[in-house]
Design a protein around this ligand. Structure first.
Ligand code: NAD
Length: 495
């Protein structure tokens, strides 16, 4: 029996009318649901519902809006394991990784609960004699969010908790590959008392997204996904007068200095490269090995990679690493590995032929290292988004920074070292928005901007933190002067 995948419009859960695309359990390669291909009529209905709900939601005091999120947070905690299992079932990541995914999402809700203090404005008295100036923040109206497959719980929660607490209404279009966790989470928000129409869900692909991008009543678009689609969303959305923030793909560098602590840096790189089977925009997908680190850290790293156990994640016994999202993506990753080898890379850890006897139809690729990768190779330029670590060797820190700074992307970069001076130099000169020092995945927490640069982000204001609040609000500046006390005032005499 397939799991239902309804739309949510104006507080009603609606069975889809159109057929859709399969949602798999990647661990076993079986279809578990069908995500409907929505159409323009559903987009219009969802946007109209959000537009109708906006005036009353905007007038709801921020503290009351936040209270809905407080109840939502409690429900997320109470249903934590259920969400984790749903997340793992449709995505394929391990239960521990799904716990991280849901936990990060809950942190976004916790941040949003405190947003009323960030909505406070500014006042300057006497900008001229007897004239005061104040700036306040108001919501935009209907906002929309389009999300990727790789964090089914967390990424939608980057968007709508902040949008809603700021007083906006919202239309969410989750990834058609993982719609079930997003639906489960919104059911909890409904239970927390969110009024009808304040949040709506539509499903589908390009037609639905373009419908949202061009709808005159949508004021802002929040997108996370691959770089080519992010660029498209940014261009079309801004052309239609919308405020747009788009997180894109990435290629993140991890520098291994000769003085790096071998055990800690190995653990850090393994987690960064192979966590979530490399399907992370913050995956540390390139290890840059400096000088003697090729004799200290690299052999340990190769050995540890060969030991990574791959397997199905939808049962109690957990492997180290799960499956990739679809059969097509698995094939794409395998093709890229082949290309890397053809273009001259060595392959000291080879995950191509991995066999998983307990789940022979799962979409598995084993943990792979491509060594001696050069900048000109396809695997050095393209985001692989799978369990593949490129290794590049350089002589010193200058060369390593120069290499990393040549990338078009700019999400994250890390350094493993015992030298404060080297770490400081790296932090200062590296051309990306999130930096790790002895941290493999420097993904910023809810209170900070999720801070991609270059082709990893299009827009001005990032998701999360204060920038998230600025994105979902517009400022109003009032300059005021009062000439008299007015007739009703019995306490003062006109001067
Ligand atoms: P994707 O770009 O294929 O899809 C993302 C969303 O866009 C989905 O909802 C999808 O339905 C929609 N979409 C797909 N094709 C479209 C089209 N032609 N027109 C309009 N909409 C379209 O991305 P994905 O494969 O789901 O996710 C993986 C990508 O997301 C990776 O590149 C990863 O690096 C990136 N990502 C980035 C961040 C970040 O913060 N920068 C975070 C997570 C994932």
């Amino acid at each position: 029996m397939l799991e239902p995948c309804p739309l949510f419009i104006n507080g009603e859960w609606i069975a889809p009318k159109l057929p859709g695309t399969p949602v798999f359990n990647p661990s076993i390669g079986e279809v578990i649901a069908e995500c409907p291909a929505g159409g323009i009529s559903e987009v219009n209905a969802a946007v109209e519902a959000a537009a109708a709900a906006f005036p009353a939601w905007m007038e709801t005091p921020p503290v009351e809006r936040a209270r809905v999120l407080f109840r939502f947070r409690t429900l997320l905690e109470e249903n934590f394991e259920d969400l984790v299992r749903c997340n793992t079932r449709e995505h394929g990541k391990t239960l521990a990784e799904s716990r991280g995914d849901v936990k990060r999402g809950i942190e976004m809700v916790e941040f949003a609960c405190g947003v009323p203090s960030l909505l406070m404005g500014e006042v300057l008295e006497n900008v001229a004699r007897g004239i005061d100036c104040e700036a306040i923040r108001q919501p935009l109206g209907v906002c929309a969010g389009i999300t990727p497959f790789n964090f089914p719980a967390m990424v939608p929660l980057w968007m709508y908790p902040i949008a809603l607490v700021c007083g906006n209404t919202f239309v969410l279009k989750p990834s058609e590959k993982v719609p079930l966790t997003a639906i489960k989470i919104v059911r909890l928000l409904e239970k927390a008392g969110l009024p009808k129409g304040v949040l709506n869900i539509v499903h589908g692909g390009r037609e639905v997204v373009d419908g949202l991008l061009t709808h005159p009543k949508v004021r802002a678009i929040s997108f996370v996904g691959s770089t080519p689609i992010a660029k498209h969303i940014y261009e079309v959305g801004t052309k239609h007068g919308k405020r747009v923030q788009c997180g894109g793909g990435a290629k993140n560098f991890v520098l291994l200095m000769p003085d790096a602590d071998v055990q800690n840096s190995t653990r850090g790189v393994i987690e960064a490269a192979f966590g979530c089977a490399g399907e992370r925009c913050m995956a540390g997908s390139t290890a840059v090995v400096l000088g003697e680190a090729e004799k200290t850290v690299l052999p340990t790293l190769i050995e540890a990679t060969r030991k990574i156990r791959v397997g199905p994640t939808d049962r109690e016994a957990q492997p180290d690493m799960g499956a990739l999202i679809t059969k097509q993506h698995r094939e794409h990753v395998l093709e890229l590995i082949e290309t890397g080898v053809k273009e001259g890379a060595k392959i000291p850890a080879d995950g191509r032929g991995v066999k998983v006897s307990e789940a022979p139809n799962g979409f598995f690729v084993g943990a792979t290292i491509l060594d001696h990768v050069r900048n000109t190779m396809t695997v050095a330029r393209e985001e692989i988004f799978g369990p593949v670590l490129n290794v590049m060797r350089v002589k010193d820190l200058d060369a390593a920074i120069e290499l990393a700074n040549r990338s078009n992307y700019g999400n994250g970069a890390s350094i493993f070292t015992r030298s404060g001076k080297a770490a400081r130099e790296f932090k200062h000169r590296i051309n990306c928005g999130m930096v790790g020092i002895n941290i493999g995945v420097p993904a910023s927490m809810a209170w900070f901007a999720f801070n991609g640069w270059n082709d990893s982000f299009f827009g001005d204001l990032h998701m999360q933190g204060r920038e998230g609040v600025q994105f979902f609000t517009q400022q109003k500046v009032t300059t005021s002067r009062w000439f008299s006390y007015g007739e009703g005032d019995i306490w003062h005499k006109e001067k």
